[in-house]
Structures are given as C-alpha cells and as structure tokens.
Design a protein around this ligand. Structure first.
Ligand code: C6P
Length: 405
C-alpha cells in the first residue's frame, strides 16, 4: 500500500511552517519524531479529564486513570507480541531501560564474567555496561564493524564463550542506519547461556518486532522516537529475568510491605516502577502505537525506504560526498560528510535554508573513531517526509558545498 503523505501531514501541524523563510524540511527524525495531533490530544485530554495518581486511590478518577494506564501497557504488549503484560515495564526511555538492567545485573555477575556490546552502540548502550563492569570486575568485549557499517559476525562468534553473561546490541543503528541480524545474534548468545538485550530506540517507527518469536531477553525503547511523547519508554523483560533481578530503584508502589527490619517487593511490573510514573506519557505512548499501526509499519518502512534510495542516489551524485553506513539492510538514515568540510558548517548552512538535520557524533563516538572523523551530517527520514523535501535537502547541500569549498 502506498501512503497518502499529504493527508498524513495534516496530523502534524508543526511541519507546516517556515524556518528562516523556507518551508521546514524536518530530517532529524532519528533524534526525535514529530507528534501527531491524536497524541497531543491524548495528553491534553488526560490532564483536562482524568488527571489523578494511579494504583493508589479508591476514588473514581484514580481508578479511571489507572485503567487508562494499564490499557496502555496492554497496547504495548500486543504491539510487541509479548506474552504477559507484566513483562512490560514503563520507564523514562531507552536510556533508563538499559540502566535498569545494567544496575540490577550487578548482583548476578562475578569478576571475570563477560559482557559483549558492539562498536556501533549508542553511548546509552556502552556507559551503563562500563559502570557495571567497574562495580563487578566483569569485562567488556566489543564486536567490531566493517567499512559498510555492519557487525562482523565471525568476530562475534569468537568473542562468545561460557564467560559471556550478557550481549547488548542495537536493533537499528542511529548513525549508520544498519539493521542488525538480531535473530542470529540472539540464537548464538543463547547457545552459551547468555542473556540478550536489544536497544530498540531506532527501530520503533520502522519495524515491528515480535519479541516472543525473537526470543530476546530484554528490549529497550523510547516513545518519542515513534510519534509518542518524550520522557516515557519501555523495558520488556522475560518474566524469568524480571523475577530474578533485584529492583532498580526503591520507593512508592514497588513494595509489598515495608518495615525497618525488612522490605518485600511488589509483583511485576510494579517491582520495577518506583514512584509516580509519567502517566499521561504512558497513555499517549499507546496512542502513538495505535496511530502507527493504523498506517501500517510495513507501509511506513516501504515509503521511508523509497525516500532513502532516492536521497542516496541524489546525494552520491554530488562530488566529494563521503557516505557512512551502506549496509544491505538499512533504515532511513543517511550519514555523510563533504570532503574537508566540517559537518557543523554544513548543518548550519542548510538550516538557514529550512533543512533540519543533526550534526556531530550522534552519541556514537566509537563509530567516529573507527572512520577517523569528528562527526557526520545525519539526515533521517520519517513516513511524513516527501520526495520534494529530499530535493530541497539536496539543493541545500549543494549550496553549502559551493559556499564552503
Ligand atoms: N538517539 C539520536 O539523535 P533516549 O534518549 O533514552 O530516548 O534514547 C537513547 C538512545 C539509545 N539508543 C539509540 C540507538 C539511540 O538512537 C538513542 C537516542 C538520539 O540519535 C539522541 S542522542
């Protein structure tokens, strides 16, 4: 099915504006996606009609708010094909989801145990594991990448051993666009008895993983990268792991009984949800998921892929373009540089022409070190982007090249 992009864009009033006198071309979707009216209305509706704390009150409003929040959990469960709704933990986003697992894993690791990550990870999937290694004496191992920006799986196989306790890798790279062969990665890790965490931050709007089929142990994601609000996300964890791990934070709602002698913890998912959560955000996260499913994630992927192919063809015709990330399976991310020109300068000039992209290391400094560069210009597309916008972007890059050469 093809998309009626113009009709969809009416759901995103922010796109219909001029920046520096030019129509906005929003190509910074990997940083955060725009929010459709239905999501904003859900937030507004919650605060106008249902605002109350959840799981705490006997009064009607509190019960209604609780029902909406728990319904949202079920929407996530269904979307990701998760067995039990209590395996869905609401967090503030991917970063917190990963930190939760890394923090709780402290008690399960011993000196000399190994954790495997990859060279293409976002800092959110590097630093929490480094901190865990510092706490426990575990050792961090890194799967290298190839020039095309793909994981070298032979090296991964060699890194795996009985010492491997956890493998934490990206589902989709925010800098290179690479869609990793996560099925193979999970299968291999399980053969040595290691758990697998996938950083799904960049998969949300483009792929619809069946988490049971994948057989992944943990899956982390953020609502704001899939048309939902900021400050809310999900950690999926297999029941057996969530039962084994100790709580991440202590506070209200995560306990069964508190005495000064001993505290016992609430059942899942509440054991990992201390304090008042982002209630409106969680509910609006579910609205965003419904919105995406109504369009169809496969339809979204196909449209974005066409944009990516067209943009790649156009961009690589410009002399002196260096492209980073040419994996066979890619999401709609284009990272590039103009030879001898700083990415920041390109980003600044094209912004003057209305084009919003991200420049810099994209919180993936090891990738920059690998390619021996300081940063890249990154254009990332969403289903509401058009071919005309790609043309405007290419024109802007050409102008930047002329001005900066
Ligand atoms: N990447 C980008 O511009 P949070 O901030 O918790 O929602 O997501 C962190 C995160 C984790 N993993 C990956 C692969 C990511 O891309 C991100 C966020 C943004 O690329 C902001 S740095």
């Amino acid at each position: 099915m093809s998309l009626d992009v113009q009709k969809l864009r009416k759901q995103f009033p922010i796109l219909d504006q001029k920046i520096n006198g030019y129509p906005l071309v929003y190509f910074d979707n990997a940083a955060t996606s725009q929010k459709p009216k239905v999501v904003v209305e859900t937030l507004e509706n919650f605060y106008y009609k249902y605002n109350a704390n959840i799981h705490r009150g006997v009064h009607t409003l509190s019960q209604e708010a609780t029902n909406l929040y728990e319904e949202a959990r079920k929407t996530l469960q269904k979307h990701y094909t998760i067995k039990h709704s209590h395996e869905v933990i609401f967090t503030s986003g991917t970063t917190e989801s990963i930190n939760l697992v890394a923090s709780s894993f402290t008690s399960l690791l011993e000196k000399g145990d190994e954790i495997i990550i990859s060279q293409m990870e976002h800092h959110s999937n590097i630093v929490p594991w480094q901190l865990l290694c510092e706490r426990t004496g575990a050792v961090l191992k890194v799967i290298p990448i190839s020039k095309s920006g793909e994981l070298i799986l032979e090296s991964y196989n060699q890194l795996l051993s009985k010492k491997t306790k956890l493998v934490a890798v990206l589902h989709v790279s925010n800098t290179l666009g690479t869609i990793n062969p996560v099925e193979k990665i999970i299968h291999k890790a399980h053969q040595v008895g290691a758990a697998v965490l996938l950083d799904g931050a960049q998969a949300g709007m483009h792929l619809k993983p069946d988490l049971q089929k994948l057989d992944v142990d943990f899956y982390a994601t953020s609502a704001h990268k899939m048309c939902g609000p900021t400050g809310v996300g999900m950690l999926y964890g297999k029941e057996k792991w969530l039962n084994k791990l100790p709580p991440y934070q202590g506070g209200g709602e995560m306990i069964k009984e508190v005495t000064f002698a001993k505290t016992t913890y609430a059942d899942l998912p509440h054991k990992f949800e201390a304090g008042t959560p982002n209630i409106a955000g969680g509910i609006a996260f579910a609205t965003a998921i419904d919105f995406l499913n109504e369009i169809g994630i496969e339809t979204i992927y196909q449209h974005e892929n066409k944009l990516l192919t067209y943009a790649t063809e156009q961009l690589t015709q410009i002399e002196d373009i260096e492209l980073y990330g040419t994996a066979k399976r890619k999401s709609a991310v284009l990272s590039f540089n103009l030879k001898n020109i700083h990415p920041f300068d390109v980003g600044t000039i094209i912004d003057k022409l209305g084009v919003a992209v991200r420049t810099g290391h994209h919180c993936t400094q090891p990738i920059m070190d690998y390619y021996n560069i300081q940063g890249t210009v990154r254009a990332s597309f969403a289903f509401y982007n058009t071919f005309e916008e790609v043309d405007a972007f290419i024109k802007a890059v050409k102008k930047a090249k002329t001005m900066l050469s």
